[in-house]
Ligand binder design. Structure first.
Ligand SMILES: NC(=O)c1ccc[n+]([C@@H]2O[C@H](COP(=O)([O-])OP(=O)(O)OC[C@H]3O[C@@H](n4cnc5c(N)ncnc54)[C@H](OP(=O)(O)O)[C@@H]3O)[C@@H](O)[C@H]2O)c1
Length: 350
Protein backbone atom coordinates (compact mmCIF):
# COMPACT_ATOMS: atom_id res chain seq x y z
CA UNK A 1 0.00 0.00 0.00
CA UNK A 2 1.41 3.44 -0.99
CA UNK A 3 1.01 5.95 1.90
CA UNK A 4 1.70 9.71 1.90
CA UNK A 5 5.00 11.10 3.20
CA UNK A 6 3.22 12.72 6.20
CA UNK A 7 4.40 10.57 9.11
CA UNK A 8 2.42 10.58 12.36
CA UNK A 9 3.77 8.84 15.47
CA UNK A 10 1.12 6.99 17.49
CA UNK A 11 2.37 6.39 21.01
CA UNK A 12 0.24 3.70 22.64
CA UNK A 13 -0.60 2.33 19.18
CA UNK A 14 -1.13 -1.12 20.76
CA UNK A 15 -4.17 0.03 22.78
CA UNK A 16 -7.79 0.17 21.65
CA UNK A 17 -7.82 3.90 20.85
CA UNK A 18 -4.28 3.81 19.46
CA UNK A 19 -5.22 1.00 17.08
CA UNK A 20 -8.20 3.03 15.81
CA UNK A 21 -5.90 6.03 15.26
CA UNK A 22 -3.54 3.82 13.24
CA UNK A 23 -6.46 2.53 11.14
CA UNK A 24 -7.73 6.08 10.57
CA UNK A 25 -4.27 7.26 9.46
CA UNK A 26 -4.20 4.44 6.92
CA UNK A 27 -7.74 5.32 5.77
CA UNK A 28 -6.52 8.90 5.21
CA UNK A 29 -3.42 7.70 3.30
CA UNK A 30 -1.11 9.07 6.01
CA UNK A 31 1.84 7.08 7.37
CA UNK A 32 1.55 5.80 10.95
CA UNK A 33 4.74 5.21 12.93
CA UNK A 34 3.88 2.86 15.79
CA UNK A 35 5.51 3.63 19.14
CA UNK A 36 5.11 1.77 22.45
CA UNK A 37 6.65 -0.64 24.89
CA UNK A 38 5.58 -4.04 23.55
CA UNK A 39 6.88 -5.04 20.07
CA UNK A 40 4.51 -8.00 19.69
CA UNK A 41 1.42 -5.98 20.47
CA UNK A 42 2.57 -3.18 18.12
CA UNK A 43 3.26 -5.71 15.34
CA UNK A 44 -0.22 -7.17 15.75
CA UNK A 45 -1.79 -3.73 15.23
CA UNK A 46 0.33 -3.14 12.11
CA UNK A 47 -0.84 -6.48 10.70
CA UNK A 48 -4.48 -5.73 11.56
CA UNK A 49 -4.18 -2.40 9.71
CA UNK A 50 -2.70 -4.21 6.67
CA UNK A 51 0.59 -2.31 6.92
CA UNK A 52 3.07 -5.16 7.50
CA UNK A 53 5.99 -2.86 6.56
CA UNK A 54 4.99 -0.22 9.14
CA UNK A 55 7.79 1.39 11.10
CA UNK A 56 7.72 0.27 14.73
CA UNK A 57 9.72 1.90 17.54
CA UNK A 58 9.96 0.20 20.91
CA UNK A 59 10.57 2.96 23.45
CA UNK A 60 9.83 2.84 27.18
CA UNK A 61 8.63 5.87 29.09
CA UNK A 62 11.81 5.98 31.18
CA UNK A 63 13.93 6.09 28.02
CA UNK A 64 13.55 9.72 26.96
CA UNK A 65 16.29 9.44 24.33
CA UNK A 66 14.54 6.51 22.59
CA UNK A 67 11.14 8.24 22.69
CA UNK A 68 12.63 11.50 21.40
CA UNK A 69 14.46 9.71 18.59
CA UNK A 70 11.29 7.87 17.58
CA UNK A 71 9.31 11.13 17.44
CA UNK A 72 12.07 13.11 15.68
CA UNK A 73 11.65 10.99 12.56
CA UNK A 74 7.94 11.95 12.31
CA UNK A 75 5.88 15.09 11.65
CA UNK A 76 3.62 14.95 14.75
CA UNK A 77 2.84 12.79 17.77
CA UNK A 78 -0.55 11.43 18.83
CA UNK A 79 -0.39 9.94 22.33
CA UNK A 80 -3.10 7.38 23.16
CA UNK A 81 -1.45 5.74 26.21
CA UNK A 82 -3.48 6.32 29.36
CA UNK A 83 -4.14 6.83 32.20
CA UNK A 84 -2.38 10.05 31.21
CA UNK A 85 -2.10 11.18 34.81
CA UNK A 86 0.32 8.26 35.21
CA UNK A 87 1.98 7.93 31.80
CA UNK A 88 1.41 11.16 29.88
CA UNK A 89 4.13 13.63 30.84
CA UNK A 90 7.24 11.75 29.60
CA UNK A 91 5.60 11.62 26.18
CA UNK A 92 4.86 15.37 26.16
CA UNK A 93 8.45 16.09 27.19
CA UNK A 94 9.87 13.82 24.47
CA UNK A 95 7.68 15.41 21.76
CA UNK A 96 8.82 18.88 22.85
CA UNK A 97 12.46 17.70 22.93
CA UNK A 98 12.01 16.32 19.39
CA UNK A 99 10.31 19.62 18.38
CA UNK A 100 7.23 17.85 17.07
CA UNK A 101 3.58 18.84 17.62
CA UNK A 102 1.95 16.83 20.42
CA UNK A 103 -1.71 15.78 20.67
CA UNK A 104 -3.37 13.26 22.97
CA UNK A 105 -6.65 11.51 23.73
CA UNK A 106 -6.91 12.32 27.42
CA UNK A 107 -10.17 12.89 29.25
CA UNK A 108 -8.48 13.47 32.62
CA UNK A 109 -9.15 17.03 33.86
CA UNK A 110 -6.21 17.52 36.24
CA UNK A 111 -3.75 16.19 33.65
CA UNK A 112 -5.26 18.37 30.92
CA UNK A 113 -4.98 21.46 33.13
CA UNK A 114 -1.39 20.60 34.05
CA UNK A 115 -0.32 20.16 30.43
CA UNK A 116 -1.99 23.39 29.32
CA UNK A 117 -0.28 25.41 32.06
CA UNK A 118 3.09 23.70 32.74
CA UNK A 119 4.11 23.00 29.15
CA UNK A 120 3.07 26.28 27.51
CA UNK A 121 6.45 27.96 27.96
CA UNK A 122 8.59 24.91 27.06
CA UNK A 123 6.44 24.35 23.94
CA UNK A 124 6.81 28.01 22.92
CA UNK A 125 10.56 27.85 23.40
CA UNK A 126 10.76 24.72 21.26
CA UNK A 127 8.44 26.27 18.65
CA UNK A 128 5.89 23.43 18.84
CA UNK A 129 2.14 23.20 19.36
CA UNK A 130 0.70 21.06 22.15
CA UNK A 131 -3.04 20.21 22.12
CA UNK A 132 -4.30 17.75 24.73
CA UNK A 133 -7.77 16.11 24.64
CA UNK A 134 -8.29 15.75 20.87
CA UNK A 135 -11.27 13.50 21.62
CA UNK A 136 -14.98 13.16 20.94
CA UNK A 137 -15.76 15.52 23.83
CA UNK A 138 -12.64 17.73 23.93
CA UNK A 139 -12.62 19.05 20.35
CA UNK A 140 -16.37 19.20 19.51
CA UNK A 141 -17.12 20.76 22.93
CA UNK A 142 -14.51 23.50 22.54
CA UNK A 143 -15.32 24.26 18.89
CA UNK A 144 -19.10 24.38 19.35
CA UNK A 145 -18.70 26.72 22.34
CA UNK A 146 -16.70 29.05 20.12
CA UNK A 147 -19.30 28.96 17.32
CA UNK A 148 -22.20 29.41 19.75
CA UNK A 149 -20.57 32.44 21.36
CA UNK A 150 -19.91 33.90 17.91
CA UNK A 151 -23.62 33.51 17.04
CA UNK A 152 -24.55 35.47 20.18
CA UNK A 153 -22.04 38.18 19.29
CA UNK A 154 -22.31 39.83 22.72
CA UNK A 155 -20.28 39.87 25.95
CA UNK A 156 -20.89 36.61 27.81
CA UNK A 157 -21.88 35.90 31.43
CA UNK A 158 -21.74 32.10 31.31
CA UNK A 159 -20.87 29.10 29.14
CA UNK A 160 -22.28 25.69 30.02
CA UNK A 161 -20.63 22.77 28.27
CA UNK A 162 -22.71 19.60 28.47
CA UNK A 163 -22.03 15.95 27.70
CA UNK A 164 -25.46 14.50 26.95
CA UNK A 165 -24.51 10.99 25.89
CA UNK A 166 -26.55 8.15 27.38
CA UNK A 167 -24.96 5.18 29.16
CA UNK A 168 -23.10 2.99 26.65
CA UNK A 169 -20.06 0.81 26.08
CA UNK A 170 -16.66 1.97 27.38
CA UNK A 171 -13.19 0.45 27.01
CA UNK A 172 -11.14 -0.93 29.89
CA UNK A 173 -8.64 1.87 29.19
CA UNK A 174 -11.36 4.51 29.69
CA UNK A 175 -12.52 2.81 32.89
CA UNK A 176 -8.94 2.66 34.20
CA UNK A 177 -8.51 6.35 33.45
CA UNK A 178 -11.82 7.31 35.07
CA UNK A 179 -10.97 5.21 38.13
CA UNK A 180 -7.57 6.93 38.34
CA UNK A 181 -9.05 10.44 38.33
CA UNK A 182 -12.37 10.21 40.17
CA UNK A 183 -12.31 12.79 42.93
CA UNK A 184 -15.00 14.09 45.25
CA UNK A 185 -14.28 17.73 44.39
CA UNK A 186 -15.56 19.04 41.07
CA UNK A 187 -14.12 22.14 39.44
CA UNK A 188 -15.56 24.98 37.36
CA UNK A 189 -14.06 28.18 35.94
CA UNK A 190 -15.18 31.25 37.87
CA UNK A 191 -13.86 34.81 37.90
CA UNK A 192 -10.49 34.06 36.39
CA UNK A 193 -9.58 30.81 38.18
CA UNK A 194 -10.62 27.19 38.57
CA UNK A 195 -12.61 26.68 41.77
CA UNK A 196 -14.83 24.15 43.58
CA UNK A 197 -18.33 24.04 42.15
CA UNK A 198 -21.20 25.73 43.93
CA UNK A 199 -24.05 23.76 42.33
CA UNK A 200 -23.16 20.07 41.83
CA UNK A 201 -26.60 19.17 40.39
CA UNK A 202 -28.62 20.99 37.72
CA UNK A 203 -30.95 20.30 34.79
CA UNK A 204 -30.70 21.01 31.09
CA UNK A 205 -33.13 20.91 28.19
CA UNK A 206 -31.88 18.47 25.54
CA UNK A 207 -32.71 19.54 21.98
CA UNK A 208 -35.85 17.76 20.82
CA UNK A 209 -36.87 16.59 24.32
CA UNK A 210 -39.68 18.02 26.48
CA UNK A 211 -38.42 17.03 29.94
CA UNK A 212 -35.29 18.61 31.47
CA UNK A 213 -32.40 16.16 31.97
CA UNK A 214 -30.76 15.85 35.44
CA UNK A 215 -27.09 16.80 35.07
CA UNK A 216 -24.11 16.53 37.43
CA UNK A 217 -21.08 18.77 37.38
CA UNK A 218 -17.95 17.34 35.77
CA UNK A 219 -14.78 19.15 34.75
CA UNK A 220 -15.08 18.36 31.04
CA UNK A 221 -12.12 19.49 28.88
CA UNK A 222 -14.04 22.64 27.86
CA UNK A 223 -13.90 23.92 31.45
CA UNK A 224 -10.14 24.34 30.89
CA UNK A 225 -9.97 25.09 27.18
CA UNK A 226 -12.91 27.49 26.65
CA UNK A 227 -11.61 30.31 28.93
CA UNK A 228 -8.49 30.37 26.74
CA UNK A 229 -10.44 31.83 23.82
CA UNK A 230 -13.76 33.16 25.17
CA UNK A 231 -13.90 36.05 27.60
CA UNK A 232 -16.40 34.91 30.21
CA UNK A 233 -16.57 34.96 34.01
CA UNK A 234 -17.90 31.41 34.19
CA UNK A 235 -17.60 28.03 32.43
CA UNK A 236 -19.40 25.03 33.90
CA UNK A 237 -19.12 21.43 32.69
CA UNK A 238 -22.05 19.05 33.18
CA UNK A 239 -22.73 15.43 32.30
CA UNK A 240 -26.00 13.47 32.23
CA UNK A 241 -26.31 12.38 35.90
CA UNK A 242 -27.07 8.80 34.87
CA UNK A 243 -23.65 8.60 33.16
CA UNK A 244 -21.86 10.64 35.83
CA UNK A 245 -23.04 8.12 38.45
CA UNK A 246 -21.68 5.25 36.37
CA UNK A 247 -18.26 6.95 36.10
CA UNK A 248 -18.29 7.69 39.82
CA UNK A 249 -18.94 4.00 40.59
CA UNK A 250 -15.77 2.92 38.73
CA UNK A 251 -12.76 1.78 40.70
CA UNK A 252 -9.67 -0.08 39.57
CA UNK A 253 -11.19 -3.51 40.36
CA UNK A 254 -14.37 -2.81 38.35
CA UNK A 255 -12.23 -1.40 35.49
CA UNK A 256 -10.36 -4.70 35.11
CA UNK A 257 -13.66 -6.57 34.51
CA UNK A 258 -14.41 -4.51 31.35
CA UNK A 259 -13.36 -5.79 27.91
CA UNK A 260 -10.22 -4.22 26.41
CA UNK A 261 -12.14 -3.76 23.15
CA UNK A 262 -15.83 -2.87 23.64
CA UNK A 263 -18.52 -4.51 21.51
CA UNK A 264 -18.40 -2.86 18.07
CA UNK A 265 -22.18 -2.99 17.50
CA UNK A 266 -22.81 -1.35 20.89
CA UNK A 267 -20.32 1.41 20.08
CA UNK A 268 -21.83 2.01 16.64
CA UNK A 269 -25.30 2.29 18.19
CA UNK A 270 -24.24 4.74 20.92
CA UNK A 271 -24.60 8.43 20.18
CA UNK A 272 -22.24 11.03 21.68
CA UNK A 273 -23.66 14.50 22.07
CA UNK A 274 -21.79 17.67 23.10
CA UNK A 275 -23.81 20.83 23.69
CA UNK A 276 -22.78 24.39 24.56
CA UNK A 277 -25.19 26.94 26.02
CA UNK A 278 -23.98 30.54 26.07
CA UNK A 279 -25.71 33.41 27.91
CA UNK A 280 -24.95 37.05 27.09
CA UNK A 281 -24.89 39.99 29.51
CA UNK A 282 -28.06 41.21 27.76
CA UNK A 283 -29.89 37.97 28.70
CA UNK A 284 -29.85 36.59 25.15
CA UNK A 285 -28.92 32.92 24.85
CA UNK A 286 -27.69 30.60 22.15
CA UNK A 287 -26.95 26.91 22.07
CA UNK A 288 -25.03 24.69 19.71
CA UNK A 289 -24.45 20.99 19.56
CA UNK A 290 -22.36 18.37 17.83
CA UNK A 291 -23.33 14.73 17.71
CA UNK A 292 -22.14 11.47 16.18
CA UNK A 293 -21.94 7.74 16.80
CA UNK A 294 -19.13 5.56 18.16
CA UNK A 295 -17.14 7.88 20.43
CA UNK A 296 -13.89 5.95 19.95
CA UNK A 297 -14.08 5.95 16.15
CA UNK A 298 -14.86 9.69 16.27
CA UNK A 299 -11.90 10.28 18.60
CA UNK A 300 -9.62 8.61 16.03
CA UNK A 301 -11.05 10.76 13.21
CA UNK A 302 -10.65 13.91 15.32
CA UNK A 303 -7.11 13.14 16.48
CA UNK A 304 -5.92 12.36 12.94
CA UNK A 305 -7.55 15.42 11.39
CA UNK A 306 -6.10 17.62 14.16
CA UNK A 307 -2.60 16.22 13.56
CA UNK A 308 -2.95 16.52 9.80
CA UNK A 309 -4.03 20.17 10.07
CA UNK A 310 -1.20 21.02 12.45
CA UNK A 311 1.36 19.57 10.06
CA UNK A 312 -0.20 20.94 6.86
CA UNK A 313 -1.30 24.38 8.06
CA UNK A 314 0.80 25.03 11.19
CA UNK A 315 -0.43 26.72 14.37
CA UNK A 316 1.07 29.04 16.97
CA UNK A 317 3.63 27.49 19.30
CA UNK A 318 2.58 26.73 22.89
CA UNK A 319 -0.30 24.85 24.46
CA UNK A 320 -3.56 25.56 22.63
CA UNK A 321 -7.28 24.93 22.94
CA UNK A 322 -8.76 23.38 19.77
CA UNK A 323 -10.49 26.66 18.81
CA UNK A 324 -7.14 28.49 19.02
CA UNK A 325 -5.59 26.05 16.55
CA UNK A 326 -8.37 25.29 14.07
CA UNK A 327 -11.16 27.04 12.19
CA UNK A 328 -14.13 25.71 14.15
CA UNK A 329 -16.71 25.44 11.34
CA UNK A 330 -14.23 23.97 8.88
CA UNK A 331 -13.10 21.33 11.39
CA UNK A 332 -16.68 20.33 12.28
CA UNK A 333 -17.55 20.22 8.59
CA UNK A 334 -14.73 17.73 8.14
CA UNK A 335 -16.28 15.55 10.86
CA UNK A 336 -19.56 15.75 8.95
CA UNK A 337 -17.93 13.59 6.26
CA UNK A 338 -17.95 10.78 8.85
CA UNK A 339 -21.58 11.21 9.89
CA UNK A 340 -21.22 13.88 12.58
CA UNK A 341 -23.79 16.70 12.55
CA UNK A 342 -23.68 20.12 14.17
CA UNK A 343 -25.94 23.14 14.53
CA UNK A 344 -26.16 26.48 16.37
CA UNK A 345 -29.37 28.35 17.22
CA UNK A 346 -30.58 31.30 19.29
CA UNK A 347 -32.85 30.58 22.25
CA UNK A 348 -35.49 32.70 23.95
CA UNK A 349 -33.85 35.32 26.18
CA UNK A 350 -33.90 34.83 29.97
N1 LIG B 1 -13.34 11.10 25.15
C1 LIG B 1 -12.30 10.71 25.83
O1 LIG B 1 -12.01 11.30 26.86
C2 LIG B 1 -11.46 9.56 25.35
C3 LIG B 1 -11.77 8.87 24.17
C4 LIG B 1 -10.97 7.79 23.79
C5 LIG B 1 -9.87 7.42 24.58
N2 LIG B 1 -9.61 8.13 25.73
C6 LIG B 1 -8.47 7.79 26.61
O2 LIG B 1 -7.41 7.22 25.86
C7 LIG B 1 -6.68 6.34 26.70
C8 LIG B 1 -6.53 5.00 26.01
O3 LIG B 1 -7.76 4.31 26.07
P1 LIG B 1 -7.83 2.81 25.49
O4 LIG B 1 -9.22 2.35 25.64
O5 LIG B 1 -7.21 2.81 24.15
O6 LIG B 1 -6.87 2.06 26.53
P2 LIG B 1 -6.04 0.72 26.32
O7 LIG B 1 -6.63 -0.14 25.27
O8 LIG B 1 -5.87 0.16 27.70
O9 LIG B 1 -4.62 1.21 25.78
C9 LIG B 1 -3.69 1.80 26.62
C10 LIG B 1 -2.40 2.04 25.87
O10 LIG B 1 -1.47 2.63 26.78
C11 LIG B 1 -0.27 1.86 26.77
N3 LIG B 1 0.35 1.88 28.08
C12 LIG B 1 -0.24 1.61 29.26
N4 LIG B 1 0.67 1.69 30.25
C13 LIG B 1 1.85 2.03 29.66
C14 LIG B 1 3.16 2.24 30.15
N5 LIG B 1 3.44 2.15 31.45
N6 LIG B 1 4.12 2.57 29.27
C15 LIG B 1 3.85 2.69 27.95
N7 LIG B 1 2.63 2.46 27.43
C16 LIG B 1 1.64 2.14 28.28
C17 LIG B 1 -0.72 0.46 26.42
O11 LIG B 1 0.41 -0.27 25.96
P3 LIG B 1 0.45 -1.90 26.04
O12 LIG B 1 -0.35 -2.38 24.88
O13 LIG B 1 1.91 -2.19 25.92
O14 LIG B 1 -0.15 -2.29 27.36
C18 LIG B 1 -1.74 0.76 25.35
O15 LIG B 1 -1.09 1.01 24.12
C19 LIG B 1 -7.44 6.28 28.04
O16 LIG B 1 -6.84 7.17 28.95
C20 LIG B 1 -8.82 6.78 27.68
O17 LIG B 1 -9.50 7.38 28.76
C21 LIG B 1 -10.38 9.19 26.12
Amino acid sequence: MELSPMRIAVHGASGFTGSLVVAELVRRDLTPVLVGRDPDRLRRIADQAAIPDAEIHVAHLEDTAALTAAFASTDAVINAAGPFTRWGEPVVRAAIAARRPYLDTTGEPAYLHKILTTYDEPAKQAGVTVIPAVTDDGVPGDLIASLTAARLGAPITEVVIADLRRPGAASRGTARSMAAIMVAEQIEYRDGSWQSVQEPESTLLEPGEAEPVPMSTLALPGVYTIPRHLETPRVRGVIRSEVGELFASLNSEVAETLPEVPDAAALDAARWFMLAEVTGVDGRRARGWVTGFNAYASTAVIAVEAARRLVADGAPAGTLAPAQAFDAASFLDHLATTGVTWQVEELAAV
